[in-house]
Design a protein around this ligand. Structure first.
Ligand code: GLU
Length: 283
């Protein structure tokens, strides 16, 4: 039997709140119960939003909560070459295309089309740049236009054929990555995106069980497709439900009152905070 390896992968864009504590404790206790390993990964590929102080503070918060993890911690910003290599591989398959659209272009195209296909997170990319000719792409690149790289989902699915992935709660799922449209794999300002970095890292770190919030359930369809294109073994998944506030809304970083720091400063003990995050048992 393979060892269970789980991870918690926060983005250092703010202070951790109870929802993060729930997710971290979920991964940590799952590994603990299985006699496995728990990893921490810092998802800091977004240069505009990530700050090293938040990285430092989140480690302090997690340690205060009583969690332990293996060193060294992987920081995505230190591994951009790994993502570049994966991108080159996907490019070699012909599964990606450059997209020159700005957010404004995309919104205008969606408005113009009248009805845009919607995914769980809103309207999908309308595919404007998918059909550009090779010549036009070269011209625009040569003219210095910034571009992102997108996954051509339909083409990629035609290469792999039908795929499935397994969720411990919901069972086997047929992969339907088209639900998020042609997602971005490399941003204009970074040689990767969340989807690509997560797929590469879970593989390189030997993660066998991805535990994360159910808000990322649909992203797993895309990750499964990327795993197949990159020829890596898919991990098992368990998407947990999200903590909500008194109004039934999902906890978000803007709920300042609920940061782990503010709870600690208000005098709560780590055990009390763990209990509020849904883990009342002793560690
Ligand atoms: N970095 C992501 C987040 O903070 C989580 C990634 C994952 O668990 O796959 O939402």
């Amino acid at each position: 039997m393979t060892d269970v390896v789980t991870r918690f992968a926060p983005s250092p864009t703010g202070h951790l709140h109870l929802g993060h504590a729930h997710s971290a404790l979920f991964g940590w206790t799952t590994a603990r119960k299985a006699g496995g390993r728990f990893l921490l990964r810092i998802e800091d590929i977004d240069p505009q939003r990530c700050r090293s102080e938040f990285d430092r503070d989140l480690r302090e918060d997690l340690a205060w909560l009583g969690l332990t993890w293996e060193e060294p911690v992987r920081r995505q910003s230190e591994h951009l070459d790994d993502y570049r290599a994966a991108l080159a591989r996907l490019g070699g398959l012909g599964a990606v295309y450059p997209c020159f659209c700005t957010r404004k272009d995309i919104a205008a195209e969606i408005a113009r089309a009248g009805h845009a296909p919607h995914g769980p997170d809103g309207p999908l990319y309308p595919g404007t740049c998918r059909g550009l000719s090779e010549l036009e792409r070269e011209d625009r690149v040569a003219a210095g236009q910034a571009y992102a790289l997108r996954l051509d989902v339909e083409k990629a699915m035609a290469m792999t054929g039908p795929l499935r992935w397994h969720d411990r709660r919901r069972g086997w799922q047929d992969a339907t990555p088209g639900i998020l449209g042609d997602v971005v794999l490399a941003r204009k300002d970074a040689p990767t995106s969340y989807h690509l970095a997560v797929t590469v890292d879970d593989h390189l770190q030997g993660v066998t069980l991805v535990t994360r919030g159910e808000d990322l359930f649909f992203a797993t369809h895309v990750h499964r497709l990327l795993q197949e294109l990159l020829r890596v073994v898919p991990p098992d998944y368990e998407h947990h439900s999200l903590l909500v506030n008194e109004r039934g809304e999902r906890l978000a970083k803007r709920d300042n009152a609920k940061t782990l720091r503010s709870l600690r400063e208000s005098g709560l003990t780590a055990a009390e905070v763990r209990a509020s995050a849904g883990f009342p048992e002793e560690l």
